[in-house]
Write a protein that binds this ligand. Structure first.
Ligand code: GRG
Length: 295
């Protein structure tokens, strides 16, 4: 696990430098939205999705600098989703990554614009020739991120999460909601690494099977941390789902049932990487990290 933590730390620093370079400060009256976009992206986070992009790209011998632009674009979308999720109209949270949320630090309108700005900027980065010399590769990266982030992906999952039906979801319903809300971007991380490496279909399918299990395991761990974790370590409020009466993996399966399911999912996720041999060791370790993390 030390190897993994070192590799994650190193990718996190590199992606932060990439984001810093892609989001230069701006002077004048529009400066505040850029400041808020930088605040939302540069101040911490595990950088799990960027790491998955880089680690997957390495399977196909893509060098890190090229993967880091794609990793930064995906992190922009992830950060936008956190900024909007924290807004009063959604979760109404004051704390994110141990700091005041964007609407608390700036104001609500700036937070909405910062999210919009990050989402838009991400597609600008992916479609830029510096991302890949082949326009077909760039177009596919754009297309797949749009599908993962849009109404058939993360945004759709968020809509289900705030819908009146949310309270009564059964296990299948919660699984589908989380497949969209959390799983779609996690899947996109690995798919983007594979697209950059112009991977063949069997490799893409193996990675999709890996992320289907990984995404759910990640969400179960998130539910467990929400009920058992420390707000100080997590850097965000805990107990919000329980307080809102939302069905979660923990409420439906109990803490032990949820933990057992997460372990089974990680075992299954790792199995899907068999065809990649030793090259996928970092991805295997990442799957274990996802359920052992404390934040
Ligand atoms: C507002 C369009 C829109 C979508 C919001 C992802 C999301 C959808 C909301 C985040 C709320 C939440 C707590 C979801 C559970 C899983 C999750 C995505 C946790 C946060 O991701 P981490 O743990 O965060 O990777 P860091 O800060 O490490 O990047």
């Amino acid at each position: 696990m030390t190897d993994l933590l070192d590799a994650m730390r190193s990718t996190a620093s590199a992606v932060t430098r990439q984001l810093d370079a892609l989001l230069p400060e701006a002077a004048g009256p529009r400066g505040q939205v850029v400041q808020a976009m930088r605040y939302a992206t540069l101040g911490g986070g595990k950088r799990l999705r960027p790491f998955l992009v880089v680690a997957t790209a390495r399977l196909f011998d893509v060098r890190d600098p090229r993967a880091l632009r794609v990793a930064a674009a995906l992190e922009m979308v992830h950060c936008y989703s956190l900024v909007h999720d924290d807004l009063p109209a959604m979760d109404n949270s004051d704390l994110r990554r141990g700091n005041p949320t964007v609407h608390r630090k700036f104001d609500e309108a700036t937070a909405i614009l910062a999210g919009d700005g990050l989402l838009t900027e991400a597609f600008g980065v992916l479609s830029h020739p510096d991302t890949h010399k082949d326009p077909a590769v760039r177009a596919l990266l754009v297309q797949e991120l749009a599908a993962a982030a849009g109404a058939a992906g993360m945004v759709g999952g968020q809509m289900i999460d705030i819908s009146p039906e949310r309270e009564d979801l059964d296990l299948d319903g919660v699984t589908e909601l989380q497949r969209l809300k959390t799983g779609a971007l996690i899947d996109n991380a690995c798919q983007s690494g594979a697209i950059l490496g112009q991977a063949d279909d069997p490799s893409r399918q193996a990675l999709a099977a890996f992320t289907a299990d990984l995404g759910l395991a990640f969400q179960i761990a998130d539910d467990l941390l929400d009920t058992e974790g420390s707000s100080a370590e997590l850097g965000k409020p805990t107990g919000q789902d329980v307080a809102a009466g939302k069905a979660t993996f923990v409420s439906l399966l109990g803490p032990k049932g949820a933990r057992d399911k997460a372990v089974r999912l990680v075992d299954s996720a790792v199995e899907h990487l068999n065809s990649f041999g030793e090259k996928a060791d970092l991805l295997r370790q990442t799957a274990h990290f996802v359920i052992e993390r404390k934040s």
